[in-house]
Design a binder for this molecule. Structure first.
Ligand code: NAD
Ligand code: TYD
Length: 372
């Protein structure tokens, strides 16, 4: 009797496929930053079978203290380095057999991009292309079990008027050097998919807030200044609108898209949570007055209107219905609850806040706000 080996081999092949799919070596870039550290923490703890390699240059925004609770996990590895360093990136691909990338590393602050655009071109555009080149080179024999996940921002879509929402089909119209560099990187990611067949996915998220947020951005800057009784600088009339999302909700959305998103697709992520800057800062003052035992209304007196940001986008707001419909994701926290948790974290982590606001921060702060 003739034996059909394929019948015996079939379950074995299935097992190998299943196993291959489970083994992932993920290069997370910028994992010592604000959002990156939440993504690293989530993946290291939730997926002990995955090997997580965090590549971060440790710029002013990168801080290994953000990851003190995962540093000893056996599936976590840190490499200090620059995503623009092609030799290093190639070595990492070769040494660790990287199968997936979650690319969060970026220069991320609009005001810094206005002061120094070239750093944004270098890291956000050239850095992204360096990673794309490595992924293309090392994966091209078979793209099947690979993914280049690019983390982007809603700022690539430009500014909305008083109504409307950004969808995945909204035309790109960036205004700041930051958003122009992010838009450029998004285009390169799509170009590598269209030209070389690189398996990619992109998500564009609205403003995040939460623990480990560097105090140059509106919410942590105001928390820090309220604690220290310093002026709360409001650009222009404070009427600009942002759509705020708790950072752990963003990390959960990234997890959903990483595992369930369709290759080649874009997903918008947002909080359905629009606030003018002035209303947000007033709410923050109210919550903080209670938490630090001040008379309600006291912190609000710190509000100071200053010269507007050049090219200041009026309004951002995200339509995240595609993500909700396809992958069932939605934000878990109401804004007041998220803000309250965030304030508590900053009050309980005064050493972290002190460390990141010493040294260079003082110089940055004085230079940026001196002429406003
Ligand atoms: P962040 O500035 O807090 O952190 C950036 C990290 O990247 C830092 O750890 C820094 O050291 C690292 N980095 C910078 N240049 C590098 C380089 N050349 N090589 C290696 N590492 C480098 O930024 P974030 O706010 O956490 O943003 C992360 C990503 O999410 C960015 O791509 C940003 O565009 C995007 N995003 C941010 C927001 C937000 O509200 N913060 C919203 C939507 C999207
Ligand atoms: P920011 O946190 O820098 O995020 P983004 O510019 O990426 O949206 O700013 C959020 C909003 O707050 C934005 O409209 C600018 C405004 N803003 C101030 O009014 N004062 C400040 O000191 C800062 C940093 C921001």
């Amino acid at each position: 009797m003739k034996c059909d080996h394929s019948l015996f081999l079939f379950p074995f092949a299935l097992y190998i496929c299943h196993y291959m799919d489970k083994i992932k070596t993920i290069l997370i870039t910028g994992g010592a930053g604000f959002i990156g550290s939440h993504v690293v923490r989530l993946f290291v703890k939730k997926y002990p079978d995955y090997k997580i390699i965090n590549l971060d240059k440790l710029t002013y925004a990168g801080n290994l203290e953000n990851l003190s609770d995962v540093v000893n996990e056996p599936n976590y590895f840190f490499i200090k380095g620059d995503i623009c360093d092609a030799d290093l990136v190639n070595q990492l691909f070769e040494l660790h057999q990287i199968t997936h990338i979650i690319h969060t590393a970026a220069e991320s602050h609009v005001d810094r991009s206005i002061a120094n655009p070239m750093e944004f071109v270098t890291t956000n555009v050239i850095g992204t292309c360096t990673l794309l080149n490595a992924a293309k080179y090392f994966w091209q024999a078979d793209f099947t079990n690979h993914l280049f996940y690019h983390i982007s921002t809603d700022e690539v879509y430009g500014a909305l008027g008083e109504t409307g929402l950004f969808t995945e089909d909204t035309k790109y119209d960036p205004h700041s050097p930051y958003s122009a560099s992010k838009a450029s990187s998004d285009h390169f990611v799509r170009a590598y998919a269209d030209t070389y067949g690189l398996p990619i996915v992109i998500s564009n998220c609205s403003n995040n807030y939460g623990p480990y947020h560097f105090p140059e951005k509106l919410i942590p800057l105001c928390i820090n200044n309220i604690i220290n009784n310093k002026p709360l600088p409001i650009y222009g009339k404070g009427e600009n609108v942002r759509d705020w999302l708790y950072v752990e909700d963003h990390a959960n959305a990234i997890d959903s898209i990483f595992h369930g998103g369709k290759k080649g697709e874009t997903y918008n992520i947002g909080g359905h949570n629009e606030w003018t800057n002035i209303d947000l800062v007033k709410l923050l003052c109210k919550l903080m007055d209670v938490k630090i035992n001040r008379t309600v209304g006291q912190s609000e007196q710190l509000i100071t209107y200053v010269t507007d940001r050049a090219g200041h986008d009026l309004r951002y707001a995200i339509d995240a219905s595609k993500l909700q419909k396809e992958l069932g994701w939605k934000p878990s926290l109401q804004f007041e609850e998220g803000l309250s948790k965030t304030i508590d974290w900053y009050l309980q982590n005064s050493a972290w806040l002190k460390n990141v606001t010493s040294g260079d921060y003082q110089h940055f702060y004085e230079t940026l706000y001196a002429n406003r």
